[in-house]
Design a protein around this ligand. Structure first.
Ligand SMILES: [Zn+2]
Length: 481
């Protein structure tokens, strides 16, 4: 009896499916066929996959024979690898070059923002498959403008969540920075950022512990998430003070070094040597770092390692491998020039021996990443660039080098980043009902995670773009058209 029942059930199922698909209205819908679906959630690659996109969302999906109907358009993607749109969780998408000026009679260092810089960054990010961005700090008005321009379709680029102007004392200034000094000023700054639609409140390297505490409290009072890039203040202390998310693999406080080696360590250190010195001296398996990692895991503190920061700094004496001449067009030339001037300054300060020591400390940076990951600290993946570009694939490669399996790194770059930025129910996964944010690659990202840079087509909110078309958009922005 069982086989008959089973057969009957199957026939009923087929009849229901047939009836169902006959009723689906495919007018205004797009069909994508023939690709290999790379699903980081299931850890599967499925040949001959198809999906239907309607009104910016995934309507149906499957493998084998695709549905037929009155589609608006059909895209044959044979030979391409389709996966969820990528997320850069640390991308200053509205930032342009470093800048200096005079504010209230005093000179300041700032960052020019918005306008053509933001448009260029957005087009390049999307060309590299980035459909969502977490921007952990930038001029509040430029960020709000970005959201308006993306929402209205005026600019082409990823959707973003932001921290507004970064909280940091002078000499940092201009619209990208703010430095409240009284309770009224703190309150006004957080209120201004919240009203402009910001999500995070970014506390920066030169704030005192008292200021970090005040910043975290004020942020939360206005519904903003306090995040921090720290330097001399320890991650453990910052968590006690209320900071909820940490940027960069730089827990470089002397307080996290065992007392017997602290005397050999200088931080604050404007020469940047602390970035490798701390890793030379730290006992990553010792009680202080161990306690810090347990605290981060227990309190669910999100950490965004941006391993590219150390990678670039440790190669500041020769950046031709990370930024080959043929790939410089993927970075805004003015921004690139001011960033390079900073790296040249480091190259002028550090001796050859110090660069050797920095590169020798690199495996310890990866070891920190691995220890955080093993302990269950929620890790986001971001670049500290302006969104995507070749450095994004390199960042993912570093996470694999840190011992995190490729499938897991692909999951972190998509669904996990989405979850940790509060967008887990709308993007980061390919599933019916999710926003149609997808990337189609020419090479298999499971074989080598760095293949995520081989983008052929990217789909954001259901709109498909060819990567070369987006690179042309970016070039036209530079050309002023
Ligand atoms: Zn940053």
């Amino acid at each position: 009896m069982f086989p008959t029942h089973h057969l009957l059930a199957s026939l009923v199922g087929i009849a229901l499916l047939a009836g169902c698909s006959a009723r689906v209205d495919y007018r205004g819908a797009s069909l994508y066929t023939g690709f290999i679906l790379v699903d980081p959630q299931a850890e599967t690659s499925t040949l001959n996959s198809w999906l239907v996109i309607k009104q910016g969302a995934i309507l149906e999906m499957g493998a084998g024979t695709p549905p037929s109907g009155d589609f608006e358009d059909v895209h044959d993607l044979s030979g391409l690898y389709g996966m969820p749109g990528l997320i850069d969780a640390h991308a200053h998408v509205t930032a342009g070059p470093l800048d200096s000026g005079i504010e209230d009679g005093s000179p300041y260092v700032g960052v020019r923002s918005g306008g053509a810089y933001a448009r260029f960054n957005a087009a390049i990010a999307l060309a590299f498959g980035i459909t969502s961005i977490r921007n952990p700090g930038g001029a509040t008005e430029a960020n709000a403008e970005y959201d308006r321009m993306i929402a209205t379709g005026t600019w082409v680029g990823p959707e973003a969540v932001h921290a507004g102007s970064v909280i940091e004392p002078p000499p940092f200034g201009g619209p990208s920075f703010a430095y409240p000094t009284t309770p009224e000023e703190w309150d006004a700054e957080a209120a201004r950022q919240a009203a402009a639609g910001m999500t995070y409140f970014k506390l920066y390297t030169d704030l005192t512990e008292a200021e970090l505490g005040e910043g975290a409290r004020t942020a939360k009072a206005h519904g903003l998430i306090p995040i921090a890039h720290l330097n001399a203040v320890s991650w453990s202390r910052a968590v006690e003070l209320g900071v909820e998310q940490l940027e960069h693999a730089l827990p470089t406080s002397p307080e996290l070094l065992e007392p017997d080696v602290r005397a050999d360590y200088v931080n604050p250190d404007p020469t940047g040597r602390y970035m490798f010195r701390w890793f030379e001296l730290a006992d990553l398996g010792g009680p202080l770092v161990g306690e810090m990692i347990r605290t981060l895991a227990a309190r669910r503190i999100h950490v965004d390692l941006t391993l590219m920061v150390q990678d670039i700094t440790f190669h500041a004496d020769d950046l031709t491998e990370i930024f080959p001449a043929s790939e410089r067009r993927y970075y805004h030339p003015e921004s690139f020039a001011t960033a390079m001037a900073n790296y040249e300054a480091i190259a002028g300060l550090w001796t050859e021996n110090e660069f050797d020591r920095a590169r020798a400390a690199w495996p310890r940076v990866l070891e920190l990443a691995q220890r955080l990951h093993r302990a269950g600290v929620p890790l986001m993946i971001g670049t500290d660039g302006t969104g995507g570009a070749p450095v994004y694939a390199r960042e993912l490669g570093h996470h694999v080098a840190a011992g995190i399996p490729v499938w897991e790194v692909l999951r972190m770059a998509t669904a996990r980043n989405a979850e940790l930025m509060g967008w887990g129910d709308k993007t980061g996964r390919i599933a019916v009902g999710m926003e149609a944010d997808l990337v189609f690659l020419r090479s298999d990202p499971v074989e080598d995670v760095r293949h995520v840079r081989e983008v052929e087509i990217v789909v954001t909110d259901g709109h498909p773009y060819r990567a070369d078309e987006l690179r042309a958009v970016a070039q036209a922005i530079l050309d002023g058209s």
